[in-house]
Design a protein around this ligand. Structure first.
Ligand code: UDP
Length: 265
């Protein structure tokens, strides 16, 4: 991609951009999508790197997307260890509201797909209050069967939103976009993970001081230890191990180093 520096952490792509450049990139992708092909914008974090190394399709979807932004302090640590620093944490929860502001000015409309029924309804109400000039063309919860999915695709194509936000969790949201984008009448597709939970009043964000020191993940674990324990106790240690492995591999001459990484079996 012209003008965008992509880096790979354990073979998974991250685009290293400042906030302003990332927003400019979104605008450029919007313009480019006038060719009829919706552009795909994803976020990479420790969780998705972990999943991508077990799921080649997710790795492919992330690495082939039009923009992949770095989400979370894990990638910052990886960047420092590997001497490939990440300029800024551009997680979806902070970045997407900035896209909403752009959309208000540019007159772009949105459609939201994902989260539980009560969550998405409350999320849309809150978005409409906070971004009063943003046109929310439609929304649907993220729990649907094949028949309902066809109806959702039909509805999106009837409404023709400029931006489609998909929050189904990884790897489903990235796959859903990669599979369906080509048949969708929209301009930009974002995979946004837990964004709708935060924008509704159902899940609170970590206090600002925790976010500033890069510990939002601790707060998310405390909120939901049953669902998030493996992200802390399995994925983070494996990620750090793999990053150290990559570092050692980069300093030891080829051929002298066995394939012993956690994702190499
Ligand atoms: N979700 C959904 N359909 C599903 C599974 C999950 O809509 O079949 C939603 C879920 O309710 C949540 C979001 O997807 O709103 C994923 O949130 P998570 O916290 O897992 O995202 P991440 O931490 O990966 O950003």
């Amino acid at each position: 991609m012209i003008g965008v520096e992509s880096r790979f952490y354990i073979d998974v792509r991250v685009d290293n951009l400042s906030l302003d450049t990332a927003l400019e990139r979104v605008e450029t992708l919007y313009k480019e999508s006038s060719d009829g092909v919706p552009r795909q914008i994803f976020f990479t974090n420790v969780h998705s790197v972990h999943l991508a190394n077990q799921n080649p399709l997710l790795k492919h979807d992330l690495n082939e997307a039009d923009l992949v932004l770095p989400d979370g302090s894990g990638l910052k640590i990886a960047g420092k260890v590997l001497n490939k620093p990440v300029e800024v944490n551009l997680n979806g929860t902070d970045f997407t509201p900035k896209v909403f502001r752009m959309a208000e000015v540019a007159g772009w409309s949105v459609y939201l797909l994902g989260a539980k029924k009560n969550v998405i309804t409350e999320c849309v109400e809150n978005i409409s209050k906070r971004f009063s000039k943003l046109e929310v063309k439609g929304y649907h919860n993220g729990f649907f069967d094949d028949k309902e999915e066809k109806e959702i695709l039909k509805e999106i194509n009837q409404l023709k939103p400029d931006i489609l936000l998909v929050a189904l969790g990884s790897p489903f949201q990235e796959r859903w976009i990669a599979k369906n984008a080509v048949n969708l009448d929209t301009r930009l597709c974002f995979a946004v993970g837990g964004l709708f939970d935060f924008l509704s009043n159902q899940t609170s964000r970590a206090p600002l001081w925790m976010r500033k020191i890069g510990c939002e993940w601790v707060y998310r674990f405390i909120q939901n230890p049953k669902e998030k324990w493996d992200r802390i106790f399995v994925e983070i240690p494996l990620f750090l191990y793999a990053i150290l492995h990559e570092k050692i591999r980069s300093v030891i001459p080829r051929g002298n180093f066995k394939k012993l990484g956690p994702f190499n079996g």
